[in-house]
Design a binder for this molecule. Structure first.
Ligand code: SAM
Length: 319
């Protein structure tokens, strides 16, 4: 599998306190001077693009809390070899920014919403902000950030009842968006308050018991591990990302850049490469490119099968 996809976490700060990700609010404490500056992110992205990376996704923490995020989008979209520029957000701050992000060159957006029930959303995220997120979803569609994808992590005893799962899935009937169900991934650090994941096969059974068999659907711009389907006559699609109940290391084309400048070749691996150290020590483009090529060529060494799982939090890495 060629490595062509870089996820860039632009901040470790988040404005939500999701029970399975940042329950104690202790993301966001990397010292400001340790966080990559926009020029550094732009340089890393440009150099990676010269080594074969053509797809970039901005994430966090929450990327929209990073001051002036629109200008970073503008800088990255101007890199000639970057063909796809997308962003993953919790959607809380999206409504006022969607059109500006689109104008700056953002193509697509994934919005994380684990429940469309106000109380349940508040229980999971710690904030009564579902209505803001919903406005952000509509604004993203209106701005043409297509396709909009909704990411929903289903967790036993929180949002796993049929009604909540169906309400999420039904968004894809009326709206031109893809609702993707993601199996919860225990990260070691914050696994305790959360009981367990719901296998996607069970989510699918719940949807099919109401709407009949889902039909296969080949989605454009599906650069990841999601398998996509459609409810009959729906405007959008349903996706399943089943990292627990299946293994997709063989099709993984992604690298992750943390907000403090480290490359993680695999979510399951403690191994990182410190790019910030190199950049701040004055490394030339040639030296940087040599390391990036090495990182890309070694990516296959790190997989779910042979890596050690690190004690990290998803809000540091960006999902
Ligand atoms: N704040 C942004 C957001 O909410 O989309 C970007 C960062 S967030 C860490 C990215 C994605 O990772 C979200 O969809 C979130 O639900 C998901 N995520 C976080 N922790 C997870 C976990 N332990 N297992 C599975 N997905 C997780």
């Amino acid at each position: 599998m060629s490595v062509d996809y870089l996820r860039i976490s632009v901040s470790d700060k988040c404005n939500l306190r999701c029970i399975y990700c940042n329950p104690l609010g202790d993301c966001g404490f990397i010292e400001h001077k340790e966080i990559l500056r926009f020029e550094e992110i732009e340089r890393i992205a440009r150099l990676f693009s010269e080594c074969g990376i053509s797809k970039i996704r901005l994430t966090g923490g929450e990327p929209l809390v990073r001051k002036d995020i629109v200008s970073l989008v503008g800088k990255l979209s101007a890199i000639p070899a970057v063909e796809s520029l997308a962003l993953t957000t919790n959607g809380v701050l999206l409504e006022p920014l969607a059109a500006q992000l689109k104008d700056a060159g953002l193509q697509r957006v994934n919005i994380s919403v684990d429940s469309m029930d106000r109380d349940s959303y508040k229980l999971i995220t710690g904030f009564d902000l579902l209505s803001k997120v919903t406005k952000g979803i509509y604004k993203a569609i209106e701005a043409g950030l297509t396709p909009v994808k909704i990411n929903s992590v289903i967790i036993k005893d929180f949002n796993d009842n049929a009604e909540q799962i169906l309400t999420l899935a039904e968004m894809s009937i009326h709206l031109p968006l893809t609702v993707r169900f993601i199996e919860y991934f225990p990260t070691g650090r914050y696994a305790n308050p959360v009981s367990d994941y719901l296998p996607n096969q069970e989510v699918r059974t719940i949807i099919e018991s109401k709407y009949g068999p889902l039909s296969n659907f080949v989605e454009e711009h599906n650069h990841g591990p999601a398998l996509t389907f459609k409810i009959k006559d729906s405007a959008g699609a349903i996706g399943f990302i089943s990292g627990r109940s299946s293994t997709f290391c063989g099709t993984c084309s992604r690298l992750r850049l943390t907000s403090d400048g480290k490359i993680m070749p695999c979510l399951y691996s403690a191994h990182t490469y410190d790019l910030k150290k190199l950049i701040r020590s004055g490394a030339s483009d040639l030296r940087m490119r040599n390391l990036l090529k090495k990182i890309i060529s070694e990516k296959g060494n790190y997989t779910k099968m042979n890596s050690l799982k690190d004690n990290f939090s998803m809000c540091e890495v960006g999902g």
